[in-house]
Design a binder for this molecule. Sequence first.
Ligand code: 13P
Length: 250
Amino acid sequence: MRKLIAGNWKMNGSIAANDALVRAVIAGMAGADCSVAVCVPAPYLAQVQMLRHGSALELGAQDVSQHEQGAYTGEVSASMLKEFGARFAIVGHSERRQYHCESDAVVADKAKIALAHGITPIVCVGETLAEREAGRTEEVVKRQLAAVIHANGHCISEIAVAYEPVWAIGTGRTATPEQAQQVHSVLRAQLKAATGHSERIHILYGGSMNAANAASLLAQPDIDGGLIGGASLKAADFLQIIAAACVARA
Ligand code: 13P
């Protein structure tokens, strides 16, 4: 399967910076044998939608409302994202869980509404440092994923999952390839049991993935790509990760 490399710009960017970054990424990824997406702040969806036109670069959002429409000030609906060409929406990022108190149930509803609008939710799961040190990693990620499986039934084969250990996000501390592979294999087994077939769902790794460590992470059998924060803001770094994903294509 083709690997998927998705950039999560988080709350970064400007019209000028986005223009330069997207043009450089599109030029550098020409012919790449992997899927590439950028998940941009909502106000920039229209700009990046125009910039990517005619290229293989896919567009994603960083969140989606769990509601269809109505009196939800500040929220952005799945149908709005769809109108602007979003193919992906990150849901349940640990920064949303932490700073916006998103529960497993809310994340599951967000995945559901994205799927209903033909948007692939990239469902983020991951343990904190305290949870890892307490030996609770598998229990935590399985609980987070189970909520999404429970709410989405057979549609689950249309999602993507990102394992993002909270202690590795933005810290420069990456999970070792073995640590990541271990959790990915647990998630793979859980997805297989839920879908009842062996069709592969992309399971991405996220957390300080960069040009130097991408190849060893992407070489693991159950790591199907990456969700890249800081390194997705620099075209050269992002392109090196894309190149590593093409080489590592499983
Ligand atoms: P960093 O790559 O900056 O650690 O961020 C990872 C992440 O949170 C992607 O969603």
